[in-house]
Design a protein around this ligand. Structure first.
Ligand code: PGA
Length: 242
């Protein structure tokens, strides 16, 4: 399976959400084996779900808490996401790890909770430039993927996003993508998650994606900036369908 997800992050307002969803309803053509999804801010999820209707584009949250319910002011549970029609949830995005202190320990609990609620978890991994330059890249990625030993098998997508490529316009080279995706695919086998789709993310645009999607073990994209524009998002989906 291939999967392209628009990660809106903390962007867009109601009127933009409405226009984006209308463009998807008008322009999205599904194809077997390729999924498309939108990871929207919590407050718009229900609206996005309703506005997308039956067009086939899936709806993802950008994070959630692992506890089922209770006194956790400001948090959202997996069951609540499922309740409003969410299909999946991004977990461990680099901005969550680096700005908000997300940990691998918490991610084990979040992946399990997502699966229990019937949501597809998208585990985001990636090294910083310092880690890459310091020769620690493979160790970091290995450790981030080791959470899968503790979660056990189940539905999963992994997104490889080099931190230095996110929002910088500096996309990884095809050789870098090839090297890391082959490594991630091997680690997934070791962790009992063989065959998990691996997305690439980090400054993906319609200009560079056609080449990236052809790299072995690349099964889609997690796209920020370019996917704030519906025409570009639909173009990226088409490239994954080609
Ligand atoms: P970008 O973001 O496409 O703007 O680099 C990707 C992401 O953070 O998921």
């Amino acid at each position: 399976m291939r999967i392209v997800i628009a990660n809106w992050k903390m962007n867009l307002l109601s009127k933009d959400v409405e226009a984006f969803c209308a463009a998807c309803v008008a322009g999205y053509k599904g194809k077997a084996g390729v999924e498309a999804g939108i990871a929207a801010p919590f407050i718009y999820l229900k609206d996005v779900k309703t506005k997308l209707g039956t067009c086939g584009v899936k709806v993802f949250a950008q994070n959630a808490y692992f506890e089922a319910k209770g006194a956790f002011t400001g948090e959202i549970s997996m069951a609540q996401l499922k309740d409003i029609g969410c299909d999946g949830v991004l977990l461990g995005h680099s901005e969550r790890r680096h700005i908000f202190g997300e940990t691998n320990t918490n991610l084990v609990k979040k992946i399990k909770a997502a699966r229990e609620a019937g949501l597809l978890p998208v585990l985001c991994i990636g090294e910083t430039l310092e880690e890459r330059d310091g020769g620690k890249m493979f160790d970091v990625l290995r450790e981030q993927l080791a959470v899968l030993k503790e979660t056990g098998p189940g539905p999963l997508v992994v997104a490889y996003e080099p931190v230095w490529a996110i929002g910088t316009g500096r996309v990884a080279t095809v050789d870098q993508v090839r090297e890391v995706h082959a490594f991630v695919a091997e680690e997934l086998v070791k962790n009992g998650a063989a065959g998990t789709p691996i997305q690439y993310g980090g400054s993906v645009t319609p200009e560079n994606f056609a080449e990236i999607i052809q790299v072995p073990h690349v099964a889609g994209g997690l796209v920020g900036g370019a996917a704030l524009v519906p025409e570009k998002f639909l173009k990226l989906v088409e490239q994954a369908q080609a």
